[in-house]
Design a protein around this ligand. Structure first.
Ligand code: SF4
Length: 885
């Protein structure tokens, strides 16, 4: 990073859909400090662990800095010419539906807008889809079925005002931590506030819950259909509201009435008493917000789940009022912005649809589009199937990694490798998707690009640049416009900056709107460049309609202005085949998507440094899985090899594997390779939380743990997982065979020269082998090998590279043992202050700390971003009895 003038900007976090405001300050030495923006209405100064560590993800290591053609550095002229020529040639020969753009919720709204305009207005195909299809397409479809528009009715404040917050398929504590903290603070202030968690796993969000319902996978439609019946039976339906503002209640209730408590309990795998307890809470509290995210959306019945939830809110008129409403929280920072521009293949633009001839005519006139697409394009899974079948011959992938994130991910990789022409715009030089590209285009990253994002409460915020563009990197909007110009569309893409794009986007939202469409930025159409630069976070619509909450007046965007109940039928409970587990996938607290950014931060990797499979203790015992042993998960689609994490938070017969690990960070942990490409019939969203796998214990011949100053090449090992550490990397590795000549093996795998003085100790009785290499008195490499999982303290070992760490003796490092004066802090729980599990446990058992606040006072843990507070509480609970002895 070059030395630049000090500067602080107000910008927005690039990770989850909470959309927290960030104050980013660039110092003269090039370092960056990050703080929460106290004035941003999403977070009021809070940041979670990921947001707090943003400054540690900005190094240029691993950045794609120049265009590449066929793996060779190229000029922008050549790369852009090639993309334009190839796309033009494919369209000329095979028609517009033979090309596609696959975008991302990481794109800024302005980037999204021009990509969508190019594909749907000028190339003439609907084939512009996005990884948001994998995230919240079912919420979009559910909203449109119920409201006639893709509208999130409420705002974050409702979560604080509610008397009951229901979390469905949503691990807010880890996936939307700042919203979680806002709810936690509200509950602390009003202990009578209730929280219900509906999730197959007892996730960290259960810490806040008065009631946890460990629901069977895809049991949600049955649970909320039963709730609709219970509301009717208890006389809680708001008959006046239903009559005046809705349609379809009778049909929905007719199905619901067949769902007795017992039937719901059988379909959901829940105790009838627990179901009743949840229903009682919903009946007793008028102010209810039902929050849902990927556990609802990522399902073959996701849209029905959304409508089953909305049905209950419509029946009680609990929508558009303070502290009430269904609330979809998006996974990505700009999933909402993508929806607004029309970035999903079944949308046209600005909340207008392909199916509306007047809308097509309106958009074509507004864009002066020569060739407006007349039908929806292919949704993500279909789109990659079309690539596989050779129907799509040129694809441009922007800011996403489908080779890792799509279901049947190995098939997606094969499809891309077989595609005639693949363009990838990204910030990283090495991704699993980029490895399939004919052309790589270096995109601007967070901190370098300018534009807007929209968060889960419809709030548009600026992302502002405060760093120079590195190398030849360019913003995505610029790259798209340059290709468009080369294809002869200069008149439609002559934008000079993102402010001009935003102005056109706002103008399209207002064009011939007159209150007919919810997405309306008419109040922002006249923004000057200076206004755009100074834009403060604002909720849409920005026009005549109050934006804080939608639908409070009972008016919806359907032809008759009434909301629609959807008569959903709960699916048959899905039981796995004998001998199979249900595989659930998701996120961990400190990593984001495929780790291209969070994987750079040692602090974030310290929380969970390798991929894992979360198993119930009974299953682990039955499968003879050793503590910290390895497990292989496999099905007809593929296999992964990961570490076992045995915990009673998991249900029997279920296994959870995080989605983050790619071939860049582990030997074999791309879990979406195991997920079937089964999709929801309404939304096209794949069922990423419901696959079936066989699980078996794997007993390697040896386990290893290593620290190294440089990242080694690790091909050929059966298992490895690499994570950043301060000043180097840390590695877990294993092998199925004893290499015999250990020293030769270590020198070869870690590329250690023959004349380098590699120290080693071997214990033939225990089968342990330790190695260390020192340069100028400092350790540069150490490896600890054992027939059992290696017991060396990871935190002690990785701290050897830290600049401020007192050097351990050669003997201590070679032995893999800290001295008595250096206690093992254990796995890191609090990323902000590097406080480990052992330190927290000691504070409980020896220091008498029996609350999160007391642990915070003693160790500072949990006192900054607060993302670890639920884990701290779990450690306190686990050691409470010991402390009392
Ligand atoms: Fe970023 Fe965390 Fe806020 Fe999400 S909750 S926007 S990841 S700081």
């Amino acid at each position: 990073m070059n030395a630049q003038a000090p500067r602080t900007v107000k910008t927005t976090c690039p990770y989850c859909g909470v959309g927290c405001g960030v104050l980013a300050s660039r110092q003269t030495d090039g370092s960056v400090t990050i703080k929460g923006d106290p004035e941003h209405p999403a977070n009021f100064g809070r940041l979670c662990s990921k947001g707090s560590a943003l400054g540690e993800t900005l190094s240029l290591e691993g950045r794609l800095l120049y265009p590449q053609i066929g793996g060779v550095r190229a000029s922008w002229e050549d790369a852009l010419d090639l993309v334009a020529t190839k796309f033009g040639a494919v369209i000329a020969e095979h028609g517009p539906d033979a090309v596609a753009i696959y975008g991302s919720g990481q794109l800024l709204t302005e980037d999204y807008y021009v990509a969508n305009k190019l594909m749907k207005g000028f190339l003439g195909s609907g084939n512009m889809d996005t990884n948001s299809r994998l995230c919240m397409a079912s919420s979009v479809a559910g909203h449109k079925r119920a409201f006639g528009s893709d509208t999130v009715p409420g705002c974050y404040e409702d979560l604080e005002l509610a008397d009951l917050v229901v979390l469905v398929g949503s691990n807010l504590a880890w996936c939307h931590p700042v919203i979680y903290q806002r709810i936690a603070a509200a509950k602390l202030a009003r202990p009578e506030m209730k929280v219900v968690l509906i999730d197959p796993r007892r996730t960290m969000s259960a810490d806040l819950a008065d009631l946890h319902l460990p629901i069977a996978a895809d049991g949600d439609v049955a649970l909320f259909t039963g709730l609709l019946a219970a509301l009717a039976t208890a006389g809680k339906v708001d008959a006046d509201y239903v009559a005046r503002h809705t349609n379809g209640f009778v049909e929905a209730l007719e199905i619901a009435e067949g769902w007795t408590l017992e039937r719901v309990a059988a379909a959901t795998g829940l105790a009838a008493s627990d179901v009743q307890a949840f229903y009682d809470l919903f009946l007793a509290n008028e102010k209810v917000v039902t929050v849902y995210s990927q556990g609802v959306n990522q399902s073959a019945t996701g849209t029905d789940k959304v409508n089953a939830i909305i049905n209950c809110h419509l029946a009680t008129g609990r929508i558009g009022r303070a502290g009430m409403g269904p609330f979809s929280v998006t996974g990505q920072p700009n999933a909402m912005g993508g929806r607004e521009v029309g970035g999903l293949a079944n949308m046209l633009a600005a909340h207008m649809d392909f199916g509306d001839a007047a809308a097509r005519d309106r958009v074509a006139r507004f864009w002066q589009a020569p060739r407006l697409a007349d039908k929806p394009g292919l949704k993500a899974v279909e789109l990659f199937e079309a690539i596989e079948a050779g129907r799509i011959k040129a694809v441009w992938i922007m800011a996403t990694n489908p080779v890792d994130s799509l279901p049947e991910a190995d098939r997606a990789r094969k499809a891309l490798k077989s595609c005639d022409f693949v363009v990838v715009s990204d910030i990283s030089i090495q991704t699993d998707t980029g490895a399939c590209a004919d052309v790589l285009l270096p995109a601007a990253g967070w901190g370098e690009k300018d534009g807007t994002v929209t968060n889960s409460e419809r709030r548009i915020s600026r992302q502002r640049a405060y760093l120079d563009l590195p190398g030849a990197a360019k913003p995505d909007w610029w790259i798209t416009c340059e290709v468009a110009k080369r294809m002869g569309f200069g008149a439609g893409f002559g934008f000079e900056n993102p402010a001009e794009i935003f102005a056109e986007h706002a103008a399209l939202s207002a064009f011939e709107n007159e209150g007919s469409r919810d997405f309306d930025l008419s109040g922002l159409t006249g923004l000057s460049a200076a206004d755009y630069e100074a834009l403060v976070p604002v909720q849409w619509p920005v026009g005549d309609v109050p934006a804080k909450r939608m639908f409070g007046g009972g008016q919806f965007y359907t032809p008759d202005g009434k909301a629609r109940f959807v008569a959903v039928t709960p699916p048959e409970p899905r039981r796995p085949k004998p001998g199979h587990f249900i595989l659930n996938t998701g996120r961990v607290r400190d990593h984001w998507h495929t780790m291209t950014r969070t994987g750079k931060a040692a602090r974030l990797s310290a929380h969970m440094a390798e991929p894992f499979a979360e198993l119930h203790p009974d299953d682990a015992a039955r499968l003879k899985v050793a503590p910290a042993g390895l497990v292989r998960l496999e099905n007809d689609l593929g296999a992964v090899l990961v570490r076992a994490l045995v915990t009673d938070r998991q249900q029997r017969g279920h296994v959870f594997v995080p989605m983050h690990w790619t071939d860049q960070f582990a030997a074999n942990a791309r879990v979406d390779a195991l997920v079937t490409a089964r999709t929801d019939p309404h939304s096209g969203q794949p069922a990423l939380k419901m696959a079936e796998v066989r699980v078996r214990a794997v007993k390697p011949a040896w386990y290893g743990f290593a620290i190294a100053r440089q990242r080694p090449e690790l091909s050929g090992l059966d298992y490895w997982a690499l994570a950043e550490a301060h000043g180097g990397v840390r590695l877990e590795l294993t092998g199925m065979d004893d290499p015999g000549d250990w020293e030769a093996f270590v020198r070869q795998v870690f590329d250690i020269a023959d004349d380098a003085a590699l120290l080693s100790v071997h214990d033939s009785r225990s089968g342990r082998h330790n190695f260390a290499l020192f340069e100028n008195g400092e350790v540069v490499f150490a490896l600890f090998v054992s027939p059992e999982p290696v017991a060396v303290s990871r935190q002690w070992a990785v701290s050897q590279f830290a600049e401020d760490h007192p050097p351990a003796t050669r003997a201590a490092i070679l032995a893999g043992r800290p001295g008595a004066d250096m206690p093992d802090v254990g796995a890191i729980v609090c990323s902000c202050f590097s406080v480990g599990v052992n330190s927290i446990a000691a504070a409980v058992t020896e220091g008498g700390c029996l609350s999160v606040e007391q642990v915070g006072a003693a160790l500072k843990a949990g006192t900054n971003c607060g993302s670890c507070r639920s884990e701290i509480k779990g450690i306190i609970d686990a050691h409470r009895l010991e402390a009392a002895e």
